[in-house]
Design a protein around this ligand. Structure first.
Ligand code: FAD
Length: 413
């Protein structure tokens, strides 16, 4: 249920109704899975390169002309998301029997990176969609997985993730925001999340709720079309306005058992967390590549003076190449992982995500300095990238959380 009331009393209220993009829940969810086009085997490296090339063409043809409208007018690119889905952008870490290309976190990072090169708003919601495929891919709830994963992986159904709160809870930063009370056939949820993106009528998203009776939690897939779930507009952001971001309120919301991803979910969260964090690196890699491209535009005309600046495109390119190889390599390591992640591998994942956040801010700052006054004109691409870069730095896990996690992982040895 969508409402146009702001959940935060400080935020400005936009009373425009939310436009629908998909409304397939719940009848369509019950459609047989064999109605989906599913591939037979994991895709080869060459096949994956073809997917990336197809994503690039969607970015060039459909996304590039819309970047300003997404950024400045808050246009939510639902049709572009469906096209990205059709091009395979969300199938990279999904098993073939569920319509995916086989598990490749490297492929998932690359897809998000390609989109983020042009637009971080769309890059972020592409990550949200990938995160939801990751939750479904890793659940033991086979019926939910069979019904929903092919639709999320193909981008037919759009979906998000409300996991900032639990990710911060498990890092010892805040309390779980939603409470779950067991009732016959499911749970009643109460609480609210201030921001969840890639939402609209009939979209799905993952949430964690704490059992009312003990300290353990469950994770489930929910939708605004469930009784008692409502989406409310947030205050205006400095960037990422076109991400379909809403406050989500749960007021005696009934979530049926068949929508549970894990109950209790502590071990499951441990399992999904490395992929959750690592795939976000794609946002940073894409954003930095976009900033380098902008800086190169000024090399011929302004290189004689820009050469005095600390951060040169060639320096950033070298850092980007190293960060990219590191992240791709970690993706391949995680794909091979059979059992709990080691502390040292987790440290590397956290460090890769931290590097992505820090490098984003550095590259966007450098792009501003290289472009000079042109970048200071409202609507310039450098100004947009600067605003976007801070999102990579503050979205959960934010730089401060990553540093806390690194400290804890190092202390534990
Ligand atoms: C554009 C945008 C999109 C986002 N999309 C998602 C998403 O898809 N899924 C998701 O789970 N999270 C999402 N978030 C939340 C984000 O990941 C962080 O959790 C959030 O920015 C707070 O993190 P922090 O480290 O700054 O929190 P901290 O500094 O540790 O604490 C800030 C806390 O204060 C509260 N708070 C602060 N300001 C406000 C406010 N204006 N309104 C309400 N509460 C407030 C919140 O509870 C917040 O957790 C989004 C945030 C933004 C800005």
């Amino acid at each position: 249920m969508l409402q146009d009331i702001a959940v935060n009393p400080d935020s400005s209220v936009d009373s425009k109704p939310v436009e629908s993009s998909t409304s397939t829940y719940p009848a369509d969810l019950l459609a047989p899975v064999d109605a989906m086009a599913v591939s037979e085997a994991p895709l080869s490296e060459a096949g994956r390169s073809e997917t990336i090339a197809t994503i690039q063409s969607v970015v060039e043809r459909d996304l590039n002309p819309k970047v300003q409208a997404i950024d400045l007018e808050g246009e939510y690119p639902d049709q572009i998301m469906h096209k990205l889905g059709a091009s395979g952008a969300f199938q990279q870490a999904v098993a073939p029997e569920f319509g995916g290309e086989g598990i490749s976190l490297k492929g998932a990072i690359q897809s998000i990176e390609e989109v983020s090169k042009a637009c971080l708003s769309t890059g972020f919601i592409a990550w949200c969609q990938v995160a939801c495929t990751w939750y479904l891919q890793n659940t033991h709830n086979q019926a939910l997985k069979a019904e929903l994963l092919p639709k999320v992986a193909s981008g037919e159904v759009l979906s998000g993730t409300g996991l900032s709160n639990p990710m911060k809870f498990f890092a010892g930063i805040e309390k779980i925001a939603i409470k779950a009370t067991k009732v016959e056939g499911g749970y009643i949820l109460n609480g609210q999340l201030p921001w969840v993106s890639n939402l609209g009528p009939g979209h799905y998203f993952g949430v964690v709720a704490q059992h009312a009776t003990d300290d353990s939690s469950l994770m489930a897939i929910v939708s605004d079309e469930m009784e008692g779930v409502s989406l409310r507009r947030c205050g205006q952001f400095i960037a990422l306005e076109g991400t379909g971001t809403f406050a989500c309120v749960f007021r005696d919301a009934f979530v049926p058992e068949n929508y549970l991803l894990a109950d209790p979910c502590e071990n499951y969260i441990e399992q999904i967390r490395p992929g959750f964090i690592l795939t976000q690196v794609g946002m940073g890699l894409g954003l930095v590549a976009g900033c380098i491209q902008l800086m190169q535009r000024y090399q011929r005309r302004l290189g004689h003076v820009n050469c005095f600046l600390d951060d040169q495109p060639s320096d950033l390119e070298a850092e980007l190449t190293a960060a990219r190889q590191h992240a791709y390599g970690l993706g391949e390591e995680l794909d091979q992982l059979d059992g709990p992640i080691s502390k040292s591998l987790m440290r590397d994942v956290v460090q890769a995500r931290l590097t992505a956040g820090e490098m984003s801010v550095k590259a966007a700052n450098a792009a501003m300095l290289h472009a000079g006054a042109r970048a200071y004109v409202h609507g310039s691409p450098e100004e947009r990238r600067l605003r976007e870069a801070y999102f990579v730095a503050i979205v959960t896990p934010a730089i401060k959380q990553l540093k806390k996690m690194l400290y804890a992982l190092t202390k534990e040895g």
